[in-house]
Structure formats: C-alpha cells, structure tokens
Write a protein that binds this ligand. Structure first.
Ligand SMILES: NC(=O)c1ccc[n+]([C@@H]2O[C@H](COP(=O)([O-])OP(=O)(O)OC[C@H]3O[C@@H](n4cnc5c(N)ncnc54)[C@H](O)[C@@H]3O)[C@@H](O)[C@H]2O)c1
Length: 273
C-alpha cells in the first residue's frame, strides 16, 4: 500500500538565501511546513527576522556577495543543527538595465556578483560541510531563470543566469561522488518585487505573461517552492545536474505553440502538404 509522507523534509537543515521575500520566502515557508529546520539568510533584516519567527526558523544576515558572510552562515547552521542538508542559492536582483553600450562596468560587475558569484560562494561553502568523508551528502538548489535558458531578460541578468545553469551542471558533475546533488529551477515570471520592477507594475506583468505563455497561466512563488521541495526530498534523490523550467511552457514550446494558435496563418495549416 502507498503511504504518503507529510513531512518529507523532517529535520533537514536548510538555508535559503534571499529568504526574506518573494520566491525565497515561499520556499522557506514550505520547507518549514514539511519539517525542515530553516535558516533564512538575507540583507533585509526586518522581513527576514519576522519570517523566521513566523515559521519557527532562524534568521542570519548574509550578504551573498561576501565570502566571509557565507562562511559564517554555514557555520551557524552546523553549530545549530550539526550539519547542512540543503543550500538554496536564491538571492537576486534585476541588476543592470539598458542597452549594451549603456551598461557601466560597475553595474555589470555588481549584477554578476549578486546573481552568479553568490551561487559559486554558496555552492563552495555548502559543499565544504556536506558529504564530508562520504557521510551524508546533501542537496544544492539554485534559482536560475528562463533568462538562463534563452534571451528573455536584460543582458547582465541573462548572462549571469546562463552562468548559474552552467555552474549547476559542472558542480553536479564533481560533487556527485560526495553524494551531493546540484539542481536548478528556472522560473518564468512570478509576481514579486523583482517582476514588479521589471514590468513597471503587477497588472502589466500578469497581462504580459498571460499573452505570451503557451499555457496562458502565471507561475506562483509557491510552485517554485514546491519544485525545490521535491528536488530536496526523498523523491528527488536520483536527480542531479538538472535545470527544471517552471515557466508555463515559455522556453520549450513558445515557437511551436504559435504555429498551433487558432488564428495562425502559417501555410499548410489546413492540409497535409
Ligand atoms: N520573480 C521572478 O519572476 C523570477 C523569475 C526567475 C528567477 N527569479 C529569481 O528568483 C530569485 C528571487 O527573486 P524574487 O523574485 O523573489 O525577488 P525579491 O526581490 O522578492 O527577493 C529577492 C531577495 O533577495 C534578497 N537579496 C538581494 N540582494 C541580496 C544580497 N546581496 N545578499 C542577500 N540577499 C539579497 C532581497 O533582500 C530579497 O529578500 C532571484 O535570484 C531572481 O533572479 C525570479
């Protein structure tokens, strides 16, 4: 008989960077509800502390551009819980905007540091304490983006998220021997502060998504959290090196979905030639 485990992440020590808001906050909430011991890591102390208190977790300030902060963050987890089972490298921002000729080197470097170097640092310091001596292993989860799969975002963001996808795969290939799995989720546009900024308001964002996504739906932060929870839990134990797009079909189906639209005028639509 099939039994359902309602706490598949029971006692799993998990860190969520950028955990105070948006996708990270949804992930922190779901992981806690599924039994994980969550450490919310962010630079937004007020919201991070409030959320940690609400879910029975712990808040630790961590600027993801700082290696010292990551060392201290992982140390806090090991001190409190004995190990680190899951690192979710999620913190991010939209970063440098505008045409290629207008982006300053400072803005470019800042964007790549927040979005990509942070994932390198989080992976490095998580791997340092996970799976040492081949004991427990662990799961590293990265928030990529549809902008990490195709040219769907500003230049620096797109380049950095493509880097996150590449690092997910290369880190997975090395760390498999230590029992550490590395995966990424690539969300389509999800209502959050980041997309409100990107689209100039939530209504505009939602209208754009409904018009361009093959499923005509809008992805929610809870769905991204659900995908992370599945990857971190027992049902994800044989999944590594993967980038899972949760994007209403945008990256994979967009072009062919256009062909099948009711109002499409492509030749051959009504016949076999
Ligand atoms: N919302 C979307 O549609 C979407 C789509 C694809 C990918 N993403 C990615 O999801 C992640 C979360 O974004 P979101 O939409 O929830 O945005 P958000 O602005 O709601 O949350 C981002 C969080 O990251 C934190 N943060 C920013 N810079 C930081 C730093 N230097 N150190 C520590 N924390 C920092 C912020 O304080 C905030 O809590 C980002 O990596 C983003 O690129 C979002």
């Amino acid at each position: 008989m099939t039994t359902i485990d309602h706490r598949p992440l029971a006692d799993l020590p998990a860190i969520v960077t950028g955990g105070a808001n948006g996708l990270g906050a949804a992930t922190a909430c779901l992981f806690a509800a599924l039994g994980a011991k969550v450490i919310v890591a962010d630079i937004d102390d007020a919201r991070g502390e409030a959320l940690a208190a609400q879910i029975g977790g712990h808040y630790r300030r961590c600027d993801v551009t700082s290696e010292a902060d990551f060392e201290a963050l992982v140390g806090t987890c090991v001190d409190r819980h004995g190990w680190l089972g899951c690192m979710i490298n999620n913190a991010g921002q939209l970063g440098a905007l505008g045409g290629i000729a207008d982006i300053t080197l400072d803005a470019w470097n800042r964007t790549v540091t927040v979005l990509l170097t942070s994932v390198f640092l989080g992976t490095k310091h998580a791997a340092r304490v996970m799976g040492r001596n081949g004991e427990r292993g662990g799961s590293i989860l990265n928030t990529a983006s549809v902008g990490g799969i195709a040219a769907l975002a500003p230049h620096a963001y797109t380049a950095a998220k493509h880097g996150v996808v590449g690092l997910t795969r290369s880190a997975a290939s090395e760390l498999a021997a230590d029992g550490i799995r590395v995966n990424a989720v690539a969300p389509g546009s999800v209502p959050s502060r980041l997309t409100e900024l990107a689209y100039g308001g939530m209504e505009a964002m939602e209208a754009a998504q409904r018009a361009r996504n093959p499923l005509g739906t809008i992805v929610s932060a809870d769905e991204i959290a659900g995908c992370f929870a599945w990857l971190a839990g027992p049902d994800g134990r044989n999944v590594t090196g993967q980038v899972i797009a949760v994007d209403s079909g945008l990256t994979e189906l967009r072009l062919n979905a256009d062909y099948y639209r009711k109002d499409a005028t492509f030749f051959g639509r009504d016949g076999i030639e």
